[in-house]
Design a protein around this ligand. Sequence first.
Ligand code: NAD
Ligand code: UD1
Length: 333
Amino acid sequence: MKVLLTGGAGYIGSHTAVELLENGYDVVIGDNFVNSKPEVLEKIKQITGKNFKFYEADFTKKEDVENIFKTEGDIDVVVHFAGLKAVGESCSIPVSYYRNNIDSTLTLLEMMKQYDCKNLVFSSSATVYGVPKTVPLKEDMPTSCTNPYGWTKLMNEQILTDVAKSNPDLSIVLLRYFNPIGAHASGLIGEDPNGIPNNLMPYITKVAKGVYPNLNVYGNDYPTKDGTGVRDYIHVVDLAKGHLKAIEYSLKHRGVETFNLGTGNGYSVLDIVNTFTAVNHVNVPYQIVERRPGDVAECYADATKANQILHWKAEKNLEDMCKDSWNFVSHQS
Ligand code: NAD
Ligand code: UD1
């Protein structure tokens, strides 16, 4: 079974590549390294002891994508991770976000049609729930967005739904990820963004490393148990395993289906800080500052549908996520 991972050198894609290789899949990765490094490919080989094909390709470019399909011939499933993902940046350079995140999907769909590939798994996000009126979030709840990045995800969901409707032979699985953190237990792959991180866990690890003096906790006056924001943090390896289940599902079913991939648990910012310091025996000094514009009090999944239909459930707990995040970052130079 041959699976093409667009953006497979990235954070979630690299962990998914490991799970696929360890489960006997034939993996093909395409990436242009706009937000990843070629070294990751060697690390995937080191972890799994297995080889795979790699193409340096921009999925918005027809010739790059055609080259992959032409050379490989028989791709059974595409998992489309490739995309730009920084919310703040998407507000500054929206055209680049729409161009990259929409064009890549359209180009891929054209090539899949041309080369008769019928199965696609798409990386969507909990961001499509906008500002939730109630939690936990279920797949059939209303969607909306607050920023261009989010709109690219929602527009892609719409495009893929329309395409699936137009051709009953197609199978499309839309995966709405909640907040992935953690890293592979080997410490060889993980998330280490360039520049000042926006997301909580990468910022915490930089404070723990001494790169920044303290964490800014964005508000402690939310209507939550300790006043800080609550999210559904999910271990990236659990998330990667969810992709195997989605691939299996896509091969057996036709049409379009949407699944939340989250744990169903909500943890506050202070839960994360306290667990991180306790399990790793490091200090994370913090200060409470103003709320971050656009943040919501609580966002966590109802993960029942993925559990019942995909037979998938997140297995790792918050201690594992905090330990593995630190294991990866503390070994980086
Ligand atoms: P990432 O940035 O680590 O990985 C994305 C990969 O895609 C990178 O390796 C990048 O170089 C590549 N890429 C981007 N545009 C490309 C293009 N045009 N052609 C070829 N390669 C391209 O991000 P990630 O965290 O692994 O996220 C993967 C997907 O999941 C993204 O679509 C993201 O929007 C989505 N997602 C991520 C999160 C999260 O918190 N990490 C949450 C929800 C959804
Ligand atoms: C962000 C994105 C969302 C994306 C998700 C996963 C925004 C507005 N939303 O969600 O689209 O799907 O990441 O990648 O960026 N926090 C601090 N201090 C920090 C950083 C964060 O207190 O330095 C708090 C936030 O206020 C929030 C929680 O930590 O309560 C999680 O924040 P973050 O990791 O940025 O994720 P989200 O905001 O949930």
